[in-house]
Design a protein around this ligand. Structure first.
Ligand code: ADP
Ligand code: MG
Ligand code: ZN
Length: 270
């Protein structure tokens, strides 16, 4: 069959988490560990979420998000605040993540990119500050039993989440946006933004609509892309998969899918 993009238009929004370039964590004085650090060596009552521990804001992390806001021509609020994102999972010792909901440190920005179709401007909805979670390691013990281990070194590391408007229309634009954002992060010194090392994590929200129509279709969120190339490939795959489903009259469901780079396909996560 013909290219699905002759019949459908893709609507894409990107969420990117960047690990900020700070010496210490978001709400405590633990140092941000290097990649090879021994598990649970950079922890304290605050980032372990122990009862009664009080968070103290990392000034540098706030400055780096404000700097990013200026670089993307965003507006800065007169006041800001923190919000609790409640969920229960072993990687989140407090039972909630400290994040920003309705007063992010940067709002309504943009980033200009070049693509093979010419220049393009991606609207950026917001950039806010939050804390990273711990890391779960699933392993087998000596007796073969399955165990899950928790490394709290990453717990409380400063993260900036940057969310775009649903402005992006092609997989290439999405890849170029991520590449340009990495360049920006590095040039202003906000983040090392190395995708392979998990310092920059890209998630793509993808939906299709028949060309010439306005309403957005059902969106699918795609995670686990470890390179710029996989961002482009995962979105291309998702566009083709969704077009085939729509052509077959199958309704799409809103879901989170992962990208399996070796198989070159997305799979249902939740
Ligand atoms: P959530 O917090 O559940 O991830 P958001 O409303 O913050 O949801 O949206 C996340 C991203 O999805 C944003 O980048 C937004 O532009 C994009 N998005 C929203 N609706 C759609 C859609 N129908 N198709 C594609 N992307 C979408
Ligand atoms: Mg999301
Ligand atoms: Zn700590």
């Amino acid at each position: 069959t013909a290219d699905p993009l002759t019949r459908y238009e893709a609507v894409i929004g990107i969420e990117i988490h960047c690990q900020l370039r700070t010496v210490t964590k978001m709400f405590c004085s633990c140092s941000v560990p290097d990649d090879g650090a021994e598990p649970n060596t950079h922890v304290c009552p605050v980032c372990l979420g122990l009862p009664g521990a009080l968070p103290v804001i990392n000034r540098r992390a706030v400055e780096l998000v404000l700097l990013t806001g200026m670089a993307i021509e965003a507006t800065t609020p007169d006041a800001t605040r923190w919000d609790r994102k409640n969920y229960f999972y072993p990687d989140l010792p407090k039972g909630y993540q400290i994040s920003q909901y309705d007063l992010p440190l940067a709002a309504a920005g943009r980033l200009a990119i070049e693509t093979s179709d010419g220049p393009f401007v991606v609207g950026i909805t917001r950039a806010h500050l939050e804390e990273d979670t711990a890391k779960l390691v699933h392993a087998s013990g000596d007796d073969g039993r399955k165990v899950s281990l928790v490394d709290f070194n990453r717990s409380g590391v400063p993260l900036m989440e940057i969310v775009t408007e649903p402005d992006i229309r092609t997989a290439e634009q999405a890849r170029r946006y991520a590449e340009e954002l990495q360049l920006l992060m590095r040039s202003i010194g906000a983040s090392d933004a190395d995708m392979e090392r998990g310092q920059m994590r890209v998630e793509a929200n993808v939906s299709l609509r028949p060309r010439g129509t306005e309403p957005f279709g059902t969106r699918v969120e795609v995670k686990n892309m470890n390179s710029f190339r996989s961002v482009e490939r995962a979105i291309q795959y998702e566009i083709a998969r969704q077009a085939a489903a729509l052509d077959a009259g199958e309704p799409l469901r809103q879901e989170t899918r992962g990208w399996a780079d070796d198989r070159g396909e997305t799979y249902h996560m939740r």
